[in-house]
Design a protein around this ligand. Structure first.
Ligand SMILES: [Zn+2]
Length: 344
């Protein structure tokens, strides 16, 4: 079968590799219908050292179950499923606390020895806990939005939960990538009164406004902080969704939080330490967040997608075939595309 393998920075190839297969009795074999390239795939795309064996890529997918292992109970061949970016058993102490990304039998697709989803098929461990069976058939119009439930929409929602977004609150979203844009949707779903998007890319800002952003701040650094304060009566916002992961974006996020506010961070941090420790301390700012337990959120968000109240799939602004994936990485890396969908 064909699959995406990254051999080093800027070196993504479609390789022919041994067919995915069931190894553990709790596995499912999923034939991928649609996958994505993720903003987080761009970090290794920029920095990965050369590897002769390479790394399988992709962790977001919708697909059809081809076969299941002997111990799988709730998933069956023919099911149309969402595959969250992390696998989880659904039964351990952390899964019961709805923190599936900390599952004691869990892990992440497209890392270490795990299969990746930018491929014709992949092995899914802990199939009963991991996969979410869709109650609909393959509907081309809905597929992009359903696909975002495997990562970016759930991640934007997690940022909003961690940032304690609630009805009537003021919210700022740092980052105009796919997750930031989904964060705008999530803040609106949770009843935010004011949603300020920090970004400067015209097309992304326009989409943010359609998703419900009320204000745009295109300045950076101290000027951005000043501008957000102006828009919020001088105090800053109740909730900040940090959707980038760089030192500067985190510093901005903490600096625009009002006293007693909260930052929900879902951008993968690229530094060991957190900036702006003193302002966070003196303003009693809560900093929370991490890898989103998207498996826990699918059920809650799904009706809004199925009934057309939200359209997070609009962040998928470029559609390619599997053999075009290397070009897809280039386009996302150069910010020509917000997020790329791969039709397998
Ligand atoms: Zn678990």
């Amino acid at each position: 079968m064909r699959a995406t393998v990254m051999f080093g920075a800027g070196d993504v190839r479609i390789e022919t590799i041994p067919d995915a297969r069931i190894i553990e009795p709790t596995d499912a074999l999923v034939v991928v219908s649609r996958a994505c390239i993720c903003g987080s795939d761009l970090w290794p795309y920029k920095t990965m050292e050369h590897s002769d064996t390479g790394r399988r890529m992709g962790h977001e997918a919708i697909g059809v179950v081809e076969a299941v292992g002997a111990d799988v109970r709730t998933i069956k061949a023919g099911d149309l499923v969402i595959m969250p970016f992390a696998y989880s058993d659904g039964t351990c102490v952390f899964c019961h606390e709805r923190l599936h990304t900390s599952c004691i039998h869990g892990g992440f697709f497209g890392t270490g020895p795990m299969d990746g989803a930018q491929a014709e098929a992949l092995r899914v461990p802990q199939a009963d806990g991991t996969l979410f069976v869709l109650p609909v058939g393959k509907d081309d119009a809905l597929m992009p939005s359903l696909l975002t439930l495997s990562d970016v929409m759930g991640t934007g929602h997690h940022a909003a939960v961690a940032a304690k977004v609630a009805p009537g609150k003021t919210v700022a979203v740092v980052g105009d990538g796919a997750v930031g844009l989904c964060g705008v949707i999530a803040a609106g779903r949770r009843g935010a009164e004011q949603i300020i998007i920090l970004g400067r890319h015209a097309g992304r800002i326009a989409l943010a406004r359609e998703f419900g952003a009320t204000d745009v701040v295109s300045e950076r650094g101290d000027e951005a902080v000043e501008r957000v304060r102006e828009l919020t009566g001088g105090f800053g916002v109740h909730s900040v969704l940090e959707c980038v992961g760089l030192e500067d974006s985190m510093r901005t996020a903490i600096s625009i939080s009002r006293p007693g506010g909260a930052v929900g961070r879902v951008g993968v941090p690229q530094d060991e330490t957190m900036p702006a420790s003193r302002p966070a301390f003196y303003n009693n700012v809560t900093v929370s967040g991490g890898p989103a337990p998207v498996r826990a959120y699918i059920e809650e968000i799904l009706p809004d997608v199925l009934e057309g109240r939200i359209e997070p799939g609009r962040v998928l602004d470029r559609v390619i075939r599997l053999d075009e994936v290397p070009e897809g990485y280039r386009a996302m890396n150069e910010r020509e595309a917000i997020k790329v969908m791969v039709e397998i």
